[in-house]
Design a protein around this ligand. Structure first.
Ligand code: GLV
Length: 390
């Protein structure tokens, strides 16, 4: 058993273990990947203020997200094709999350279905939907999520069209993977992954195949997006989805203060400040850099979460210090899952919780609710350097 001390350890093992097609899927941003890179490098521009001789006893990372108790304010983000990173990946990640006391969000584009995850877990999880044209399919998805006792609905609002990720096209990304000379040659070097995958029946998009009408290629994410996603989406339609769900609704993919105000006006319970992990609009600013403006616009009226770029507990601490009530992590848990299944997700969460706890202590704070911007040192123009051109 390798010694894991940081998320990068899990990433190294993950890269060795999982076929290139799925590693590349997780590890890509759109087009030039500038936003993808800046999501992490912008966290490095924020510095933490060291304080000493402050009582550090009795610390806790416990908090709440959309009214639910969490052992730390981190939810596992919805990640498509998680069941290709490891056999039964969504079930494994959901189990790790529930034992750890943090929410797991199941993607619509998962391999294990809503019912699969519900049958194999004890506690409610969150369910993510895209904004699709097909009302029947959407209503059935909502009903399935309700039957599965999902405790929050996450609506992804930043994917009407898909940002192009070059590697997915070059690799011919599909689930299950199409057998080409290149993919077969690569998979022959990933024997443990393949043997585990052969032992599960869950190798297709479990929420879609057999449920959505008119999906011509059930293995390709990009063709489904092109056919099924609603390019005419507007706020009225988002409000309609909001009203179909009688529990907490989280709108994920808000990156502008004006959109944050609209999210408030349609009755969302929380927003996730996100640029989809740098996978959609390449050239957008990082989530952490947009957070202060969004907090100014709506921070006292709606719960704000942040994702995109979080790879450590220090990153979580910085987002919380700037006012986020919670965070979501995608890649950081996928590295753990791909590296060593459920145990790897637990390792990833443990690493980040230890980093969050100790860094919070070294900043002189003991509780999540005590965090505020005064624990940060930041460049004068961190939040204001880029202004609208008109
Ligand atoms: C899907 O949401 C993706 O980013 O691939």
């Amino acid at each position: 058993m390798p010694v894991i001390t940081e998320i990068a350890d899990l990433k190294r093992i993950y890269k060795r273990r999982v076929p290139k097609m799925f590693y590349d899927y997780a590890e890509s941003g759109s087009w030039t990947e500038t936003t993808f890179r800046e999501n992490t490098t912008d966290f490095d521009l924020l510095k933490l203020r060291q304080r000493i001789a402050v009582d550090m006893t009795g610390r806790s990372t416990a908090s709440r997200m959309v009214g639910q108790e969490v052992s730390m304010p981190v939810a596992l983000a919805p990640v498509g094709l998680t069941g290709m990173q490891h056999a039964d990946g969504e079930i494994k990640a959901a189990r790790a999350a529930e034992k750890f006391g943090v929410p797991f969000t199941l993607s619509t584009m998962s391999i294990c279905s809503i019912e699969d995850v519900a049958e194999n877990t004890e506690k409610p999880f969150w369910f993510q939907v895209y904004t699709l044209k097909d009302d029947d399919f959407m209503k059935r998805l909502f009903a399935r999520a309700k039957d599965a006792k999902c405790s929050a609905l996450v609506i992804t609002v930043d994917l009407q069209v898909m940002g192009q990720r070059h590697k997915d096209i070059k690799n011919g990304l599909s689930a299950p993977p199409k057998l080409t000379p290149a993919s077969v040659a690569n998979m022959m070097t990933k024997v443990p992954w393949g043997l585990e995958m052969l032992q599960t029946k869950r190798r297709f998009f479990g929420n879609i195949v057999g449920h959505a009408k008119g999906v011509s290629d059930g293995s390709s994410l990009s063709s489904w997006v092109a056919e099924a996603f609603d390019q005419a989406l507007d706020w009225e339609r988002i409000k309609q989805f909001r009203d179909w769900w009688d529990g907490p609704v989280i709108l994920k993919g808000i990156l502008d203060p004006e959109d944050a105000k609209k999210a408030l006006s349609v009755g969302a319970d929380a927003i996730v400040v996100s640029n989809h992990g740098g996978r959609q609009l390449d050239g957008a600013l990082s989530s952490i850099r947009m957070l202060p403006q969004i907090m100014d616009a709506v921070g006292d009226k709606i719960e704000v979460h942040l994702d995109s770029g979080i790879r450590s507990g220090q990153d979580i601490l910085k987002a919380l210090a700037l006012g986020a009530q919670g965070t979501m992590v995608g890649r950081a848990f996928v590295y753990g899952l791909g590296a060593m299944g459920e145990k790897g997700v637990t390792e990833a969460l443990t690493v980040m919780q230890t980093e969050l706890d100790r860094s919070m202590a070294l900043c002189g704070r003991r509780r999540i609710e005590d965090l505020d911007p005064s624990i940060l040192l930041m460049p004068d123009d961190f939040a204001t350097r880029w202004k609208t051109a008109v």
